[in-house]
Write a protein that binds this ligand. Sequence first.
Ligand SMILES: *[C@@H]1O[C@H](CO)[C@@H](O)[C@H](O)[C@H]1NC(C)=O
Ligand SMILES: *[C@@H]1O[C@H](CO)[C@@H](O)[C@H](O)[C@H]1NC(C)=O
Ligand SMILES: *[C@@H]1O[C@H](CO)[C@@H](O)[C@H](O)[C@H]1NC(C)=O
Ligand SMILES: *[C@@H]1O[C@H](CO)[C@@H](O)[C@H](O)[C@H]1NC(C)=O
Length: 406
Amino acid sequence: MSPRINSKVGAFVLALFILHLIVILSIIKYFTIAAVNRGLKNETSRIRVLSTGFKNHDFWENFIDSSEEDEDELEERKTELLSTIKVVNSKDEDEYEITGPLLTTTKIHITPIQIWTSYQTSHETTNRVQDLTTTTPATEKLPTLVTALLDIGRGKWRYYARTISIYHNYMFHVLSLKLPLVAFVDEHSYEFVLKTREKLGMLDQTKIWNITLEDLPLYRHINVIRGILENELTGRRWQDNWDNATQTHPEARSPEYDLVVNSKPYFLYNASTENPFDTSNFIWLDAGYGQGKPKNFPDEYIWEPNFPKDKVSLTKITPFYDPITRYTIDKLYRQDWSVVSGGFLAGNKQAVQRYYRYYHWKVVELLFKHQMIDDDQTILVMLINEYPELFNVLHGGWFDAFKLFQ
Ligand SMILES: *[C@@H]1O[C@H](CO)[C@@H](O)[C@H](O)[C@H]1NC(C)=O
Ligand SMILES: *[C@@H]1O[C@H](CO)[C@@H](O)[C@H](O)[C@H]1NC(C)=O
Ligand SMILES: *[C@@H]1O[C@H](CO)[C@@H](O)[C@H](O)[C@H]1NC(C)=O
Ligand SMILES: *[C@@H]1O[C@H](CO)[C@@H](O)[C@H](O)[C@H]1NC(C)=O
């Protein structure tokens, strides 16, 4: 063969090769885009970014419209989607570096907050797409911080003992936050809160209620709560499928503990009704939130968070791909498992008041219809499932509120 023919053949082979490459790349691109588009009900680019992040089949259930498809096709789609995804590096919990054919060379960074919020948005079954941009304007006054500390004799408990002075050490950090404060305390903590806020120069931004357990609306049911716990612990009503280890837990032993933790929504309601500092938003923080570790708190204890309007914001502890909808009361009652944190809750007046109403009736229903009482985390999960539109659930650690809301 002459060199001319040789180079012609070479060029032809090269052209063929390039053509092949183009065809293959187009096919890959077509399938990827098609897969992603078909997978999402109401697609936004944010969710598409999100959808390249995770190799978890359950996670994808929420993006795939199962009503139209048979099982095999669903599986095929999921496999198709998953095969397009590569997590190249996840350096730490807060950052995922990911890539996929859609973004052949682009590596993108997304935070769990974006993931969770997007997940929630796409997860909603109706058209109710949450408007993530609606937060209170930056000029809005700082929210009111609400907390409480009542001595229920925990220092003398056989299990999970914590003295009031341990709590004061914890609470000092919560009181240090530079926010207006409403605190519900009994005589054991009144002076402490007063002195602490005085030293910090925030007394004029402080309202302290000196209360006792009897001042709590649920106190009228304390004997019903006591009766339920006694029945359980003496074995009369203890069920085989409950976790025996939870018999040492505060919520299964102490009626006063149940009374106080289930009064958090009331404290928020009370503060938002009295509203001594005339603010739009209200934040609940447990007196022990952050467990006294400065690293859990924002720099200089300055925190100016924004929250979506008319929603109760809170933190979910279990991984983002673990949907709250799978938790029924039976999966949580007397089981050693936490889905959400009850240590932080926030919202405007309308949200926290609605929340209090629903919450109160849920407790009454549990007490009288089911002879059950649990801590606030369980009741929260049930309400989130019943009234999903009322909640703004972000994913994070126990003490992440300051990071998640800025
Ligand atoms: C997506 O949802 C929004 C908000 O409900 C709606 O207005 C829009 O028509 C939907 N788009 C599609 C393509 O379904
Ligand atoms: C708080 O109330 C108790 C009675 O419940 C009372 O003995 C105590 O003096 C009060 N403390 C303050 C600071 O008002
Ligand atoms: C819990 O304890 C009871 C006896 O008190 C026992 O019959 C039951 O098997 C235990 N359940 C579990 C899950 O260990
Ligand atoms: C708030 O709590 C205080 C102290 O128990 C009580 O005096 C007041 O009436 C409550 N306000 C509302 C609106 O519940």
